[in-house]
Design a binder for this molecule. Structure first.
Ligand code: SF4
Length: 324
């Protein structure tokens, strides 16, 4: 007998804690349409941890941080991949699946880090620091990755930097991630001036005020936050590491200093943990909606293309990272 296909009605229980019943009818029609379109088109949806719960928990097939999405994208057995995330993530999925159709539902879903640096900037850095390897955060365009020696994510940046066995590396483009990694290694790190517009807004006094208002709260922060914020937190790690931390330590009360949807998505998995929710929205991530995912699957919008020569060089930098 065939297993019953999920429907919006069977999925609501999962998100009941974070989506009130009054809001659910606004989502259920699109969810049923997307589930049907996925079957008809042999499509999968990859969703980043910052996607809203109705996307993350109800239509996504693969969820995670940038590293998990890049890894799992390599093994996807589907004709079409819809990337519920931002443009550089869709490019990474395309790099690793050149023969598949990769769709990004909104071409305006960018990233302040990816926009902070161009391929020409990377070439100039290489000229200025001859022989110093260039480690590039995955939050960059394919053209920037193509100029790099190896990629990294916030989850593996330290391992990537130390794997090179050199005294100095250039790490682009996130200044705070570079400084936070520099604090953990003897390798000298030359940074760029890019910042995540979501994480750069957190301050140490935010954490102090939170602790005052919520005695005993555990504070987890993303390494794209400024180093002074990381210094005040109890733990710093990628979105995957923060989620693991909550699962392993089960703090009675926790705050995640990161994008807003992350707490909602982790809260669904841990009903016994109390989430305090000061957070910052990523306007780029929030451009992805159920309506435009449905539209993407109905009309093949918007297919990601990358110049094949650029793609070959960018893929090498991503594959070097995945080999670590
Ligand atoms: S949260 Fe920051 S790093 Fe992530 S997509 Fe938004 S702007 Fe870029």
């Amino acid at each position: 007998m065939l297993a019953a296909q999920p429907t919006s009605a069977s999925l609501y229980d999962r998100v009941r804690r974070v989506i009130p019943p009054i809001e659910w009818p606004a989502f259920s029609g699109d969810i049923d349409a997307i589930l049907k379109l996925k079957r008809e088109r042999n499509a999968v949806i990859l969703a980043h941890n910052y996607q809203t719960p109705e996307i993350f928990h109800c239509v996504a097939d693969i969820v995670g941080d940038s590293l998990a999405l890049a890894r799992k994208a390599m093994a996807v057995d589907a004709d079409v991949i819809v990337l519920a995330g931002v443009h550089f993530m869709a490019e990474t999925a395309k790099l690793l699946n050149p023969g598949k159709t990769v769709l990004i539902p909104d071409l305006g879903a960018g990233c302040s880090l990816a926009d902070s640096i161009t391929a020409e900037d990377v070439r100039l850095m290489r000229e200025r620091h001859p022989g110093v390897p260039i480690v590039t955060y995955v939050n960059t365009s394919a053209a920037v990755k193509a100029e790099s020696d190896i990629c990294c994510t916030s989850g593996n940046a330290l391992a990537v930097v130390e794997s090179l066995g050199v005294p100095r590396v250039i790490m682009l483009p996130d200044e705070y991630l570079a400084r936070n990694i520099a604090a953990q290694t003897k390798v000298e790190i030359i940074a760029w001036k890019g910042h995540c517009e979501v994480h750069e807004r957190f301050t140490p006094s935010d954490i102090r005020e939170l602790r005052e208002a919520n005695p005993g709260v555990t504070v987890l922060a993303h390494p794209e936050c400024p180093p002074e914020v990381i210094a005040e937190a109890d733990f710093a790690g990628s979105t995957a590491a923060m989620s693991d931390y909550v699962g392993r330590h089960k703090p009675a009360r926790v705050v995640l200093m990161t994008e807003c949807s992350m707490s909602d998505n982790v809260a669904v998995e841990h009903p016994d943990v109390d989430f305090v929710r000061p957070c910052n929205l990523c306007p780029h991530m929030k451009r992805i909606t159920l309506a435009n995912i449905r539209d993407a699957l109905e009309h093949d919008r918007h297919a990601v293309t990358i110049d094949p020569e650029v793609a070959d060089r960018a893929r090498r930098a991503v594959e070097r990272m995945l080999a670590i």
